[in-house]
Design a protein. Structure first.
Length: 221
């Protein structure tokens, strides 16, 4: 009831924009769930599989949170989902790596690039949520903390795979640029949405590049 009352304090357009933002984040959570579930089947070590199964459960929980938020803010729906085509393009490339059982590429695409971007966006947006009459402090902290843990796991495990000399850097570097290009298109496709919240999505991409291993992507060099 309190949450519904809080949503009613917002103007209709603002509720719609927040719901659209939640829907965009929801698409990312759904892809992350599907990816982590499949990654748990291709990683050889039990520790990674255990983490990835835990991540899948957390992503499913995050998806429920965003769905609930959309239902509260815009119970009659929000129309076409922004960024849907770009997210589908990203999904297709990632799923090709999963189909090949390529653990390193899947980490690069999901935990490092896509979740890295999501981690940045969630931290920025979470900081501004109270200013718009909403709180959800404990939930926000939980989601942000878990997304940060997924990103950190990806960086650590990816580095271990690189040090094992079981991956070809030249091929992975080309793939990294492909994923970063798609991530750029994804952000561009929803730029008006972020700009509505006075956020510059280009800054997200610049911040993301700082987290990419330097020996992997020419974009990050």
């Amino acid at each position: 009831m309190v949450r519904r009352q809080a949503s009613q304090l917002l103007a209709t357009d603002e509720r719609k924009q927040i719901a659209r933002l939640f829907n965009f984040l929801l698409q990312g959570e759904q892809l992350a769930f599907d990816c982590a579930t499949r990654q748990a089947k291709i990683f050889p070590d039990q520790s990674s599989r255990r983490f990835l199964l835990s991540q899948a459960r957390q992503e499913a929980f995050h998806a429920k949170i965003f769905k609930a938020g959309i239902g509260i803010l815009m119970p009659r729906g929000i129309g076409d989902a922004m960024g849907k085509k770009s997210m589908q393009d990203y999904r297709r490339l990632l799923e090709s790596a999963l189909d090949r059982g390529d653990a390193a590429e899947s980490l690069l695409a999901m935990q490092i690039i896509l979740e890295g971007l999501g981690d940045i966006a969630l931290n920025r947006i979470s900081a501004g949520i109270p200013d718009r009459g909403l709180n959800f402090k404990r939930v926000r902290q939980l989601v942000v903390g878990q997304e940060d843990a997924h990103h950190s796991f990806g960086l650590r495990r990816f580095e271990q795979l690189l040090n094992s000399n079981t991956v070809r850097l030249s091929e992975l570097s080309l793939r990294a640029d492909d994923y970063l290009e798609l991530a750029g298109k994804l952000v561009t496709s929803v730029a008006p949405l972020f700009e509505y919240f006075e956020e510059d999505p280009k800054e997200y991409l610049q911040e993301l590049l700082q987290t990419i291993p330097q020996n992997i992507s020419r974009e990050a060099a």
